[in-house]
Design a protein around this ligand. Structure first.
Ligand code: GDP
Ligand code: MG
Length: 372
């Protein structure tokens, strides 16, 4: 493979070499005709000059990634994994109170006040078995994640306040759960309130084709109160029963793949990503690619901020060590080579910028703007 030079790039693009030298100069590099350029530089120059450029690399790394996702699992290597549960429902119907309650039942007294702000997912133990809860900000976020191909949810808990009944966002949550084709369990919540009309709420659900089991339908309804804790054990039991029926499995003995639920920049740790491992086991030291972010896992923390060395299927983890904050909903992969991860990340960054410029439908003003 011949190196790209200013001259060959100029010929290849059909643009004067001077314009290429100018771009390089603006970026702070003094170059001459015979200087060689990296692929990234060549792509950046093409971008700046508004030329579409395709560099043929020997390997199609993206295609190799697809194979990682689709890997044919040997039944013998599969083991049961905890169910991943998403809680949806109308605003103020008690989702946050419920998840707080579920967690605090498992937390040592006094720890509650120290809970981190950015929790996106966590595990609750019940009967010695884990259940993973994903705390999306709402069904819109849930739908967006799915639209990006991130199907992390095994089942949906639909929280409906018994005093309020089925509301617009309840209906939207129902259609999201149906689109995701995952089982749904209804938590008929705030059951502690006096004088609630349970039948009216059940009717509202039936009108949305969510037919309660007690009416001969296929949807379990559990009466709950996040406030008093009533019914939460039964809810966890119903979740675990559903999980047993569906036998959610993964192979813990392979390199991890999964999804980024949320990511943010942390003062001390740099970019921190909330990952949920969907297959395999993620370990400290693994090379990870997530969207256009990449790096070696420097440290991992569980949902209570305890440092951990590895995370198996269905486990939510906070990961530090990536070079930037990945997008929510992006898949992550463990790769063997840091070089491959870097190359893919750069390719993706470049593709992302090109798309952005194309969608703005205008020429960039300066090199700095493109690179910003
Ligand atoms: P979210 O918007 O669905 O997350 O709802 P929140 O958990 O923030 O709850 C909204 C309001 O309902 C708060 O004032 C809670 O204290 C109250 N609430 C939540 N769950 C219950 C419950 O089970 N019983 C009663 N009586 N109030 C509740
Ligand atoms: Mg809330």
């Amino acid at each position: 493979e011949a190196p790209i030079t200013v001259r060959s790039l100029s010929e290849g693009m059909g643009r004067p070499a001077n314009s290429i030298l100018q771009v390089l100069f603006k970026a702070g590099r003094m170059a001459t005709m015979n200087d060689s350029l990296t692929e990234e530089e060549a792509l950046e120059i093409a971008l700046e000059l508004g030329v579409e450029l395709e560099i043929k690399s020997g390997r199609d790394l993206e295609a190799e990634l697809e194979e990682l996702l689709e890997i044919d699992e040997d039944e013998a290597g599969l083991a049961l994994r905890p169910p991943v549960v998403t809680i949806l429902g109308h605003v103020d119907h008690g989702k946050t109170t419920m998840v707080d309650r579920l967690r605090s039942g498992n937390t040592a007294a006094g720890e509650a006040g120290g809970i981190t702000q950015h929790i996106a997912a966590y595990q609750v133990m019940h009967n010695g078995k884990a259940v993973t809860f994903v705390d999306t900000p709402g069904h819109a976020a849930f739908g967006e994640m799915r639209a990006r191909g991130a199907n992390v949810t095994d089942l949906v808990i639909l929280v409906v306040a018994a005093d309020d009944g089925v509301m617009p966002q309840t209906e939207e949550a129902i259609s999201h759960a149906k689109a995701a084709e995952v089982p749904m369990i209804v938590a008929l919540n705030k059951i502690d309130l006096p004088g609630v009309d349970e039948q009216k709420t059940l009717q509202g659900l039936a009108q949305q084709n969510v037919l309660p089991a007690e009416w001969g339908g296929d949807v379990e309804v559990v009466r709950t109160s996040g406030e008093t804790g009533q019914g939460l054990d039964e809810l966890l039991e119903t979740i675990q029963l559903t999980a047993e029926l569906n036998e959610y499995k993964a192979n813990p003995d392979r390199d991890a793949v999964g999804t980024c639920l949320e990511a943010f920049r942390n003062e001390g740790r740099g970019p921190v990503s909330w990952f949920i491992v969907q297959n395999g086991t993620l370990k400290v030291g693994d090379v990870v690619l997530c969207g256009s972010a990449y790096g070696k896992v420097r440290a991992m923390y569980d949902d209570r901020d305890n440092p951990i060395k590895k995370a198996g299927p269905s486990m939510p983890v906070k990961v530090s060590g990536l070079d930037e904050v990945p997008a929510a909903g992006a898949h992550f992969f463990v790769l063997k080579s840091l070089e491959d991860a870097r190359e893919l990340a750069e390719q993706r960054k470049f593709a992302g910028r090109s798309e952005e410029l194309a969608s703005m439908n205008q020429r960039p003003q300066t090199f700095d703007e493109i690179m910003a």
